[in-house]
Design a protein. Structure first.
Length: 319
């Protein structure tokens, strides 16, 4: 829809004509040059004929064109662009990612190649984040301690890039599930979203921090925050041999999700991980009402640029 942002500016169009009609001409005080009468008559005759030349009419027309173009530019011609509304789910989702030392184990297969757990998680997790259009996402990483890697944002591509850039060691090499979940709850406590969700992924056993993860899950339940947990790794604490390293405490993660009203998932392969992200998409659908947005395309530079061009032509023709 084409319109003018300030159409009242066009009322100034006759202003120069009104000024020429109403304002008194300037007094011609100055020095005088005495010339013979015949020479004076010749000069007056030439001046009169010069004022009626086609060139002077053209200059006069260009001045008026410049004035009109400037007024059109000031009026702000613009057009409303068709913009598809952003779907908004009304959900805040915190992705809590385990970056402990066990994530370096290369016991996953991705695209026919042996990869580490971290590589599999960052690849699939980034794709999951990019599908969450309409949600506000945040990223929290934890090892020995938890860190807020990315604040809540509708820019899911930015969150996905932060997931892809995740590296082991920045948060320590232990596994502090309680700290990671607790930091997510602390951030969600400030949220007024109608739905608050945590996606907690871990491949180990809580071995750092003084808080029991189950106690943090009870806090999540009181806050009304659903926690979906993903237990990552081929072996879990219940079935592994005593003292075996690199196992995941699936039972604790399952208890966290049960207490908070979420779902727990067991992931042993990359295919399992992909299936989990699809299941989460179904559990936490992103359909919602769109945010109304108006995006205007401004056209004022065109008349302004044309006016500037005409000014340059005037200066060049009549220096």
């Amino acid at each position: 829809m084409f319109e003018l942002a300030d159409p009242l500016v066009l009322l100034l169009l006759p202003l120069p004509w009104i000024a020429m009609r109403l304002l008194r001409p300037a007094d011609g005080h100055g020095t005088a040059l005495h010339v013979p009468d015949r020479v004076a008559e010749r000069l007056v005759s030439q001046a009169a004929s010069a004022g009626m030349t086609p060139g002077s009419h053209m200059r006069h027309g260009m001045v008026w064109a410049i004035w009109m173009l400037l007024l059109i530019a000031l009026a702000g011609p613009r057009d409303l662009l068709p913009v598809s509304a952003l779907k908004v789910s009304g959900r805040d989702m915190a992705i809590v990612l385990d970056l402990s030392g066990s994530m370096v184990r290369d016991d996953f297969n991705l695209d026919g190649a042996q990869v580490t757990r971290l590589e599999a998680v960052t690849r699939v997790g980034a794709e999951f984040a990019r599908r969450r259009s309409g949600d506000r996402l945040a990223l929290i990483v934890f090892g020995s301690k938890a860190y807020y890697a990315a604040p809540f944002s509708f820019d899911v591509d930015a969150i996905a890039r932060r997931i892809e850039e995740a590296t082991i060691g920045i948060s320590g090499r232990a596994t502090n599930i309680s700290d990671g979940l607790g930091l997510a709850l602390k951030r969600l406590a400030q949220s007024d979203a109608k739905a608050r969700v945590v996606i907690l992924l871990s491949d180990g056993v809580n071995n750092a921090g003084a808080t029991n993860p189950v106690g943090v899950a009870e806090l999540a339940a009181r806050m009304g925050v659903r926690v979906h947990t993903i237990a990552l790794g081929p072996k879990d604490l219940e079935t592994a041999d005593t003292g075996e390293r690199g196992v995941v405490d699936a039972a604790t993660l399952r208890a966290i999700s049960d207490i908070s009203g979420g779902e727990s998932f067991r992931v042993k392969t990359t295919d399992d991980l992909v299936a989990v992200t699809q299941a989460l998409d179904r559990l936490e659908a992103t359909d919602g009402d769109g945010l109304a947005a108006e995006v205007w395309r401004d056209y004022w530079p065109w008349p302004a640029g044309l006016a500037a061009t005409l000014c340059l032509i005037l200066v060049w023709k009549d220096p």
